[in-house]
Design a protein around this ligand. Sequence first.
Ligand code: HEM
Length: 390
Amino acid sequence: MDIAARHEFRVLAAAKPALPVLLTLGRLARPIRRVPRLGWLVADPVTARAVLNDPAHFTLLGEGGVGHLWAQVLGDWVYELFDGPGHHQLRSRTRGLFTEDSARRLVGRVVGPRLERFRAELAEGRTVDVADLARVIVGRIVADLLGMRPPTDDDDHFREIFATGEELASLALGTTASTHLDPATVDAARAIVARLTAPVAELWRSASSETLIGHCRELGLSQQETEGLTTLLMVAGTETAASAMARTVALLHDTGEQSVLREDPALLPVAVREGLRVTTPATVIGRAVSADTTVAGRQLRAGERVLVLTYTANIAAGGYRLDRDYLPENRQLWFGAGRHLCLGAPVARAEITGLLTALLDTGRPWRVVSRRYRRRVKIPTYESLRVALA
Ligand code: HEM
């Protein structure tokens, strides 16, 4: 195992000791294999996409799916909005919510000055914790999207907002085996959601269509749909994006590929794509079988569970390399596939691009001074990744 792969392995193991075992042994599950207690494991990109593209036989609402988790917290209306007819309507209406252009503008407007400060700090010879910075950047973006107005521009407010999203997501920790939440967890999650969506009700009535919430209203989303969507953005778009940002910076350093990138900055989109592929922050996507079906010659019965090992499917092509071509079979499996394909993909790409651009703008190579892996989290990542210019 090379240095980059070794660090990535430790990132996974710190999040959950069994995770690297599952994701490595998952290779044996190609294309699909049944494992006692876990259900069906799927580990190759074509079979993974077949499952994710088949809403007639797979749902995220049943036991084993994220919709089942959220219905217990948010209420039964989730069944309509997350995977029922309401979901199709919601996705059709929100198709243009984030484009590559609007995401780039969002990142430039909200975190451009903060990224410039980061560049300047490195240029002055300071050491900066990029894992912490990624959480602050993501916290700032989410706060803007949700219409939160912290009293000052201090990073601490945005660390707190990030931590709230993380807290909500962490309530789902330990749900690989079951998605039934105990009543105390449901109460805790409901309290966080109420806190998060507090500004949404008022903003939904008054915000201009320039803002995300005003835009949702103009698109015809009800207040409840807007609250549901913003909660989802918070959960889906915080830890995932921060993980990809910090780990991509580490990978460019550990593989030595940063020198290739610095020589040819036109490779930036490849650097971002490879970062998303190799890190695949949403390592596993769960589904429940809603009707009997056959996948790769195996009979799946209604009520069984499927774990799509997206990480295993994406990493099979090899380590982080800037001369790697686009992989048509994988496409962007790190963002899922089918009707639930990540809504915030352009935002995630723009956030990673913004961070790498700030590093490239220093005009010098960076080195990792020290690092710590984040322990017991749903999305594997660094606790700290202290970086300085070489
Ligand atoms: C690197 C960062 C990200 C990764 C790896 C990622 C990954 C994913 C994946 C795999 C799914 C599909 C889940 C499933 O099928 O069950 C998803 C859905 C979603 N993501 Fe992302 N995501 C990222 C960033 C974001 C951001 C920044 C936002 C918002 C600003 C966001 C918003 C959403 C939403 C709303 C959904 C639900 C879509 C639906 O159910 O129709 N994500 N994401």
